[in-house]
Design a protein around this ligand. Structure first.
Ligand SMILES: NC(=O)c1ccc[n+]([C@@H]2O[C@H](COP(=O)([O-])OP(=O)(O)OC[C@H]3O[C@@H](n4cnc5c(N)ncnc54)[C@H](OP(=O)(O)O)[C@@H]3O)[C@@H](O)[C@H]2O)c1
Length: 276
């Protein structure tokens, strides 16, 4: 059976490293969709993928806009019947020189609601052995959050809609500059990554009742520090940072794991990171 993958934010950074890695393991008749919000940038990136037998195609997707995700889903399902691998990687950047109140709304809409829309629309399309891998971060753990706020991410009792509501209230708090007095950390990436991992863990629970032979995996990963335009402004010393291709290698190594080994987890370099 031919395989089909979709990688979002595929034109640069880690997303492009993931395209490089998947194009090495996918062969003749397989399809890799480069999901990008700037199609010219996607076509430019595509020129740098050589020596693959797989079919590569650029497809427009803006993960902050649910309708574009639905459109991509329809296109791929119509052509292939379902999907084998989703790498939900697209993410808005933050700048250390812009006030949080000016950037939090787009950041959460893209990184949190974007993850929610990807899970909502693509999880039902996964074929047998299908996988959704959400690119998150080691910061997506309650260990990085004030204990007084842990109840806001009670993954055992809450739905995805309830997590989305918490994130919308968080956005309002940042915009009104009341976030820090409520105990939220200063770096907006932390609550966002916790919300993203919470959504993934809750969505993964849907697979626990599925027949074992479906072998569907839904999980989050932390790539470790990767040298990209997004990370450089935050870290003075990038000596230890991996290239996007190196980081992609650790992530793609996980696609051979069974659903039982990975589903519902946040994984970094092959090991599960604690939630709390
Ligand atoms: N870099 C690190 O050290 C590091 C560490 C931990 C986790 N991560 C995670 O890894 C992922 C990728 O990070 P990165 O460093 O590669 O970031 P990046 O270089 O900024 O790349 C992000 C990609 O997402 C795309 N994108 C942004 N908004 C989008 C939207 N609304 N719809 C579709 N695509 C959109 C960007 O497209 P444009 O080119 O059009 O802007 C770009 O292709 C993120 O989830 C990040 O949090 C990274």
């Amino acid at each position: 059976m031919n395989k089909v993958a979709l990688i979002t934010g595929a034109n640069q950074g880690l997303g492009f490293g993931l395209v490089q890695k998947v194009s090495e393991i996918y062969g003749e008749g397989d399809f890799i969709y480069l999901g990008v919000r700037r199609t010219e940038a996607g076509e430019e990136a595509l020129k740098n993928i050589k020596n693959t037998k797989a079919n590569l195609e650029v497809i427009y997707i803006d993960v902050s806009k649910e309708e574009t995700i639905e459109e991509v889903k329809s296109t791929i399902v119509k052509k292939h019947g379902g999907i084998d691998l989703i790498l939900s990687n697209a993410a808005a950047r933050i700048s250390p020189t812009v006030p949080n109140s000016d950037q939090v709304e787009n950041f959460v809409q893209t990184n949190n609601m974007g993850t929610y829309y990807m899970l909502k629309h693509f999880q039902p399309t996964l074929k047998i052995n299908g996988k959704i891998i959400v690119i998150a971060s080691a910061f997506g753990s309650l260990l990085h959050l004030d204990a007084n706020l842990h109840h806001l991410f009670n993954i055992d009792a809450m739905s995805c809609d309830e997590i989305n509501k918490v994130m919308q209230e968080y956005v309002d708090d940042v915009k009104s500059e009341t976030d820090e007095s409520k105990g939220w950390p200063q770096w907006i990436n932390i609550p966002s990554k916790i919300g993203q991992v919470a959504l993934t863990k809750i969505a993964a629970k849907k697979e626990t009742g599925a027949p074992i032979e479906r072998n569907i995996s839904v999980f989050a990963v932390c790539p470790g520090l990767v040298d990209t335009d997004a990370s450089r402004p935050f870290f003075k010393n990038m000596h230890e940072a991996q290239s996007p291709y190196e980081a992609a290698q650790h992530i793609i190594a996980l696609i051979d794991k069974s659903a039982e080994e990975v589903t519902g987890k946040l994984i970094q370099f092959g090991k599960e990171l604690p939630w709390n």
